[in-house]
Design a protein around this ligand. Structure first.
Ligand code: PMP
Length: 423
């Protein structure tokens, strides 16, 4: 097979992204680190005027981590848009450890983002003009629909099932793209592990096939993988990034599910030319992610090291696996049986179950009104369907409810659905 390596990304870049130029002020930032440099150039405030001196972070293990006076002065000042260098370097080693990227080391890069949502929003802007099509694994994470709808792009639904994104459907869409429908899509968005809302993962054989189809049609893959470390199987599946010989995968990771969601630290990994453009966007929007958040995360990670971090993540994974089991037990009790009120597939990763309510054509009204009246909160399936068409599905999260709360919520839901049959 001929090489499908992408060397020039210019044809993928939107005019808006192409118009972004490096900020002169931001360009000074690395020069400040040169010993002996006297800066009269940047409009930096004097950190001596700031009231904070140090931060002491107590861990649940009883250990204490300290951001001392000297590091604190750096934390309190503006810093690199791509992220704190010590954090970026830790993340780079993690990516090598987990994914063994086949691209030469000089051709991929990392930038820290304010959660993966921030990186995704920037990537969509970088790769899409208004009116252009994008392939979106459906059901889709509603957070990206909130970005794509106002962007005026054409969302092309790629169906998925219990084994994840379906490469046959992807090929069908691309190969039968009507000649009068404008250019074929060149970007695919997918959540490969523990999809939000479905909890399904794309099986490894399928991932390889999806990658091949994308190579054949020149498609860039946006791999949004916040649940990668929350795969319930003891043999985690490899990522798209780990097979990316072409430089067509931009990967989004996040600490939101494993360290803290409020701390807002994620990162984006992939072809250098694309990561650079995301950084340029950052120079114009948030300048850089919060240093304090990055430093808290970074000092914790350096304290732990990669192996202990992954052990911590396994503990989190086991916690959710247990929650999932409790949820499924309650679902079996209240929604199963000879006359089931719902059908579902056991989630393979993450924190969601996608319930198909039996005998309910449109879950929207039921969930928004009747379930709320009974004090049960669920999300209606249509929120995750780009076209917004009604569905019998609801998304249930098993992440925070207690065993008793799950049992009671699903009892109420079962009663509600069965009540509908009589109506
Ligand atoms: N992608 C998916 C699939 C998610 O479920 C979420 C969080 N709900 C995000 C991205 C955004 O996560 P973050 O907190 O890292 O911005």
């Amino acid at each position: 097979m001929s090489s499908t390596r992408i060397t020039d990304y210019a044809t993928y870049i939107s005019s808006r992204s192409a118009a972004r130029k490096p900020s002169a002020v931001r360009a000074l930032q690395p020069l400040l680190a040169i010993p002996g440099m006297i800066s009269l150039g940047g409009g930096y405030p004097d950190t001596a005027t700031f009231p904070f001196e140090s931060v002491t972070m107590k861990l649940k293990t009883g250990e204490t981590l300290e951001i001392g006076k000297e590091d604190m002065a750096k934390v309190l000042q503006y810093n690199a848009t791509a992220g704190l260098p010590q954090l970026v370097s830790w993340l780079r080693d993690l990516q090598i450890h987990l994914h063994h990227p086949p691209l030469p080391a000089s051709e991929w890069d990392i930038c820290v983002t304010t959660g993966s949502q921030d990186g995704l929003a920037k990537a969509f802007e970088m790769l899409l003009e208004p009116g252009q099509p994008i392939l979106v694994e459906t059901p889709a994470y509603s957070g990206i629909l909130a970005i794509l709808r106002p962007a005026g792009v054409k969302i092309v639904e790629v169906p998925s099932d219990s084994d994840g994104l379906d490469p046959t459907q992807l090929r069908r869409i691309l190969s039968s793209w009507p000649s009068d429908a404008g250019p074929r899509p060149r970007v695919l968005y997918t959540v490969p592990e523990g999809g939000n809302p479905t909890g399904n993962s794309t099986m490894w054989e399928r991932k390889q096939e999806v990658y091949e189809v994308c190579a054949e049609y020149g498609v860039i893959i946006l791999e949004d993988d916040p649940y990668y470390l929350l795969q319930f199987s003891d043999k985690p599946q490899p990522s798209y990034f780990s097979i990316d010989v072409d430089g067509r995968v931009l990967r989004f990771d996040s600490f939101s599910k494993v360290l803290s969601s409020g701390i807002r630290v994620g990162w984006c990994t992939g072809p250098k030319q694309l990561v650079e453009r995301i950084v340029l966007h950052g120079q114009a929007s948030n300048l850089h992610p919060s240093n304090l958040s990055q430093e808290l995360v970074s000092s914790y990670l350096h304290h732990l090291g990669h192996v202990a971090y992954l052990e911590h993540a396994r503990g989190v994974r086991d916690h959710y696996a247990h929650k999932r089991d409790l949820f499924l037990k309650a679902a079996e009790k209240h929604l199963g049986g000879p006359q089931p009120a719902a059908e579902w597939v056991n989630p393979k990763a993450g924190m969601f179950v996608w319930l198909k309510l039996v005998g309910v054509a449109d879950s929207g009204k039921l969930v928004r009104e009747k379930a709320v009246e009974r004090k049960v909160l669920l999300l209606p399936g249509e929120e995750f369907i780009p076209s917004g068409r009604p569905t019998p599905f609801v998304r249930a999260a098993f992440s925070t409810a207690t065993e008793e709360q799950m049992d009671e919520a699903l009892r109420r839901l079962g009663e509600l659905v069965r009540g509908e049959w009589q109506a």
